[in-house]
Design a protein. Structure first.
Length: 367
């Protein structure tokens, strides 16, 4: 594996750390206190990535670990922010911290920690852009959270959670549309930074990586809006941001291996499949279930398209037919690992919140 460009890793890490969280906070108007609590969880995950990387000493060059840690922090922070809408701020932060520290160091090492990756050596699956870590793992964790009972009653925060993080109004206003557009741009910049950065060096593939990432974001956002309108449903707030995330998820596995045809196919089919499945969930479904299921579908479809059409190793290039199966199996393995970890972390977090509540009540009674 070539020695990484330290400056590229640091710049990409800064953008990946800040921009996705900023995009979500802007689109959904999240409370600063919720963002701060989620950022603590993200910090725990980042420290875990750095610690595992140093402990295993798998890389001579340490600078890629900085970018990987930033990605782990961003993903964990977003999981915490989304989970807070279901289980409250405190429990969500503890859940996400435990989940991120347990899952993301392993998934990042398996997907982008070496060339060829551990995932490729073990299964023959390819995840050049780390979509399993940046999208599939987090989506599986959020999906598990949607199975938990809601922690709010009549919009009031639970004990130990000082701020309610109820989602905004379900339909988009003009102001919301502007915020969503800004959020999509920020997410696009983050996608470009990650896809270019995870290649570790500036090379002849850098231009294609930037174009593929930006195209995935734009195609995903446009397709989500199109599918939503064709379905006859009113557009929910921040929906285009979900579409952009679907586009990134769909092209992430292929990275620089996606030529124009493969890129278009992965972005269009992955984004459309994710959007259609998420929008076809019943109106009574937990709102967070839509992005979770949609992202998992987009990663899976994008991975299959990569195995069929990507340059160098796909069915079109080599005639090998096993790739589609291994890409799907990789998503299932990461999703199962992430889901189990999230369930365990949720149980621990629930116990912690209950303990905090008991201590708070006793302190109040003593006062």
């Amino acid at each position: 594996m070539a020695i990484a460009d330290p400056m590229l890793q640091l710049v990409a890490a800064a953008l990946v750390l800040v921009l996705p969280v900023a995009a979500l906070a802007i689109a959904l108007r999240l409370h600063p206190r919720a963002v701060a609590a989620a950022a603590v969880a993200g910090t725990v995950a980042a420290i875990a990535v750095l610690a595992v990387d140093a402990l295993l000493a798998m890389r001579v060059d340490r600078s890629p670990a900085v970018l990987d840690a930033a990605a782990a922090a961003a993903v964990t922070t977003i999981v915490a922010l989304l989970a807070a809408q279901r289980v409250g701020i405190l429990r969500a932060a503890v859940l996400a911290a435990l989940w991120g520290a347990a899952v993301l160091p392993l998934v990042l090492l398996a997907t982008v920690g070496s060339v060829p990756s551990a995932l490729q050596r073990a299964l023959g699956a390819v995840d050049a852009g780390g979509a399993l870590a940046t999208h599939a793992a987090g989506a599986a964790a959020v999906l598990v959270v949607t199975l938990l009972p809601r922690a709010f009653s009549a919009g009031r925060p639970t004990a130990g959670d000082p701020v309610s993080t109820e989602p905004p109004a379900p339909t988009a206003s003009r102001g919301q549309s502007t915020r969503t557009a800004i959020a999509v741009v920020l997410l696009g910049m983050a996608a470009v930074a990650w896809m270019v950065g995870v290649d570790r060096v500036v090379s002849e593939a850098t231009g294609r990586l930037a174009v593929n990432a930006a195209a995935g974001i734009l195609i995903g956002a446009a397709l989500w809006l199109t599918v939503a309108r064709l379905s006859g449903r009113r557009l929910p707030a921040g929906g285009a941001l979900l579409g952009a995330a679907l586009g990134w998820a769909a092209v992430g596995s292929g990275g620089a291996f996606l030529g124009p045809v493969a890129l278009g196919s992965a972005a269009v089919l992955g984004s459309a499949a994710g959007a259609m499945v998420s929008l076809r969930l019943p109106p009574t479904a937990v709102p967070l279930r839509r992005p979770a299921v949609g992202v998992l579908i987009a990663v899976t479809v994008g991975g299959v398209i990569t195995s069929l059409l990507a340059d160098g190793f796909s069915l079109a290039a080599t005639g090998a037919t096993i790739g589609s199966l291994t890409q799907t199996v990789a998503v299932l393995i990461v999703g199962l690992l992430s889901g189990v970890a999230a369930a365990i972390a949720s149980a621990v977090a629930a116990g912690f919140v209950a303990l905090v509540g008991v201590v708070a009540r006793r302190s109040g009674g003593a006062g």
